[in-house]
Design a protein around this ligand. Structure first.
Ligand code: NAD
Ligand code: G6P
Ligand code: MN
Length: 441
């Protein structure tokens, strides 16, 4: 079986230990020769890198592992897959993305609304650099990208590298949702053949076929309306995530056609959600006090003990497993179906061709082969077109350094609406992001 060389960008990510455990678990189906991790934060990555050495010695001795801050070691001509999960500005900037809008009475969220806009403007620069670094040495490597806000990153990269067919942006939330439906129905996420449309963090499942071709969506809808909705891994989830999943019941009650992505709560009920968000303690604070602390404490404990045999660092294995099974399907031309982010080009008939839509596709060695969605109803089309205009204007604001387009983007966003508010939030975010964003004129 052919072995592959993988580079992980953002080796110091809180999700990396789970991903590394996933690579151990799938060493028979996705065997790796060389695995390199790279990060800009030497110390943060070293904790996870030293944990990884112990883990691999015990569980994956064949893999040739190293970690580095040196691009020439991480990006080489023999790399087959680049798994990307970087966070420009770290949690310190995420905290500002969430708190600045909230201080002005607007939704403050990592990937949605003005917070997502601010994060997007930071991520594009580093992701463009990443593509340049990889393509300088490995024109054929697959770049599988988790870096958020994936919608904005995907839009910008597709405008800047329209001919590059080996950049694939992915999100683990449709996979998390499939796992949650699976737990309700006592099925595996791989038992479903889903139909999904939308933009990243802005989409809906329209059908969920089982192996016999029966659509399980109507049954799931009834179950959610009767019993509510929880994440598959609810035992490990923070309170805010449980509240987010619980909002699915309201969305299904109000708009029963399809099953929504959880992120739609910010756009459909900004008034209600805003009341629940605490401007003094946001999700960034919850993550720093929770997942980040747990992951690094656990890695340090393992380093001290010299063994990972009793480790429990995997927080949410959907994230780690999803990117590996996506890579596996491409690597071995398996053609498995996953929900991924692709240039529309007619997949959803009545949406613009240049939108980066999230849809089901068969993943082959020659890339994604999407399934046609056809026309979507007016309500969904209207919502998506507004959000797509916001995303496109955000990319253009970055590329052209345009203040006007940034203001237009935020004004269009359903979490903002007022142009006066948009200007106020934008000016505060420009101030907070000095050195990260291009200058806007
Ligand atoms: P984190 O801050 O713990 O990890 C990110 C790491 O990236 C840090 O160690 C940081 O030093 C490093 N980094 C920053 N800039 C870099 C650069 N230019 N090159 C290399 N490394 C760099 O954050 P996290 O919460 O673990 O999330 C990691 C990323 O994955 C974020 O972008 C997050 O939004 C994304 N994510 C996406 C999905 C999805 O569904 N698409 C799911 C989970 C996480
Ligand atoms: C979901 C989303 C991701 C997001 C992640 C973690 O899985 O799809 O895009 O990064 O949640 O969010 P958190 O708030 O826990 O860092
Ligand atoms: Mn996501």
């Amino acid at each position: 079986m052919k072995k592959f060389n993988v580079t992980i960008v953002g080796g110091g990510s809180t999700w990396t230990p789970g991903l590394l455990k996933g690579l151990c678990a799938r060493q028979d189906t996705f065997p790796i020769d060389k695995l390199v991790m790279i990060d800009v934060d030497e110390e943060r990555q070293a904790t996870i890198g030293e944990f990884a050495k112990i883990l691999f010695k015990e569980e994956y001795p064949d893999v040739n592992f190293s970690y580095t801050t040196d691009k020439s070691e991480a990006f080489r001509e023999d790399v087959d897959f680049v798994f990307c999960q970087m966070r420009t500005g770290g949690y310190a900037m995420r905290e500002k993305d969430e708190k600045i809008p909230l201080s002005l009475g607007v939704i403050g969220q990592e990937t949605c609304g003005p917070g997502g806009f601010a994060y997007g403007m930071r991520s594009i620069r580093d992701m463009v650099q990443l593509v340049e670094d990889v393509r300088a040495v490995a024109p054929n490597a697959w770049i599988l990208n988790y870096t958020n806000p994936a919608a904005i990153v995907a839009d910008a990269l597709s405008r800047l590298y329209p001919e590059d067919k080996r950049i694939l942006n992915i999100c683990d939330q449709p996979e998390n949702l499939l796992r949650s439906y699976g737990r309700l129905l006592d099925m595996s996420p791989r038992d479903f053949d889903p139909v999904y449309f939308g933009l990243n963090h802005f989409g809906w499942f329209t059908h969920l076929y089982d192996k016999e071709g029966h659509d399980l969506l109507p049954k799931l809808r009834e179950m959610i309306l009767e019993g509510g909705f929880r994440p598959a891994d609810y035992e490990q989830r923070d309170k805010s995530w449980l509240e987010t999943y619980a909002m699915v019941e309201q969305m299904v009650r109000d708009f029963p056609d399809y099953l929504p992505n959880t992120y739609l709560q910010y756009y459909l009920y900004p008034d209600k959600v805003l009341k629940k968000l605490n401007p003094e303690f946001t999700r960034a604070n919850e993550v720093m006090a929770g997942r980040e602390k747990r992951v690094f404490e656990e890695c340090n404990r393992i380093i001290e003990n010299g063994t990972a045999k009793d480790s429990h660092v995997v927080h949410n294995d959907a994230h780690g497993e999803f990117i590996i099974i996506v890579a596996e399907s491409i690597a071995y031309n398996k053609g498995d179906n996953f929900v991924v982010i692709l240039k529309n080009d007619g997949i959803v008939e009545n949406l613009p061709n240049d939108a980066m839509v999230e849809v089901a596709a068969s993943l082959t060695a020659n890339g994604p082969r999407p399934y046609a969605v056809g026309e979507i109803p007016t309500f969904y089309k209207g919502l998506i077109e507004g959000q797509f205009a916001y995303e496109k204007l955000t990319s253009e604001a970055y590329i052209e350094g345009s203040y006007t387009k940034a203001l237009q983007a935020l004004t269009l966003n359903r979490t903002v609406v007022s142009a006066l508010k948009a200007r106020e939030v934008l000016d505060a975010l420009i101030e907070a992001n000095k050195g990260y964003w291009p200058e806007l004129n």
